[in-house]
Ligand binder design. Sequence first.
Ligand SMILES: Nc1ncnc2c1ncn2[C@@H]1O[C@H](COP(=O)(O)OP(=O)(O)OP(=O)(O)O)[C@@H](O)[C@H]1O
Length: 235
Amino acid sequence: MSASQKTPFIQLDAVSKGFTFSKEKIQIFSDLTLGIDAGEFVAVMGPSGSGKSTMLNLLSGIDAPDTGSVRIGNSKLEQLGEAKKSNWRAHNVGIVFQFYNLLPTLNVAENIELPLLLKPIGRAERRARVEKIIDLVGLSGRGKQLPSSMSGGQQQRVGIARAIVSDPPLLLCDEPTGDLDRASADEVLEVLGFLNRELKKTIVMVTHDPEAATHASRTLHLNKGQFVERQEAAA
Ligand SMILES: Nc1ncnc2c1ncn2[C@@H]1O[C@H](COP(=O)(O)OP(=O)(O)OP(=O)(O)O)[C@@H](O)[C@H]1O
């Protein structure tokens, strides 16, 4: 590699992945190679069942390829044991879910604080970080509310705040606007865009929504286990 070629932040090399279901083998990826640079905001689209969520699971190390390798930064995930991988994930990956996955009995601030409880950070510092993130996602003053008292868009912004409170470089979003109306979806996408532009988070977002994909810098379409790059037209 020449000095001018930069190494992608995320590199999938010759990845294959299949599942066996009712004795039938479904091959999702065969010999898939993909690079994503630091600071990119990538949308992943494709038909239902094409392997979009599987891709996110490979990137977070929640699932492993059958063959091939997944490298993120300096970490080759297949070389990490489960304990090291959990620790790596806690420091490097934030995950945003379609249905928010907030704990209903905890208020907004307590939900966002959860990932910090696994770290050697004192209470005052934790609270300060949570307040800062609450402001950043546009929910100032709502820390004591329960998730059930908030709109879907607000709950998703809590989900995003929880995903970034540990300051991971990579954010993986699985249909983050899939359960939202257009206006709430746009607010959530604005927050993701801000995190990408201003905080330089690398974002990989699975979406069915072509308009959501226009917020990304690049759109990858999954087609028969391979990615085809295509630009979404702005709405
Ligand atoms: N743990 C598993 N065991 C067996 N089959 C699985 C498993 N996980 C995923 N699959 C199968 O792999 C295929 C791809 O699933 P995946 O969830 O990645 O698709 P997707 O593109 O995210 O779909 P959707 O848009 O519907 O969410 C599907 O056929 C699914 O049933």
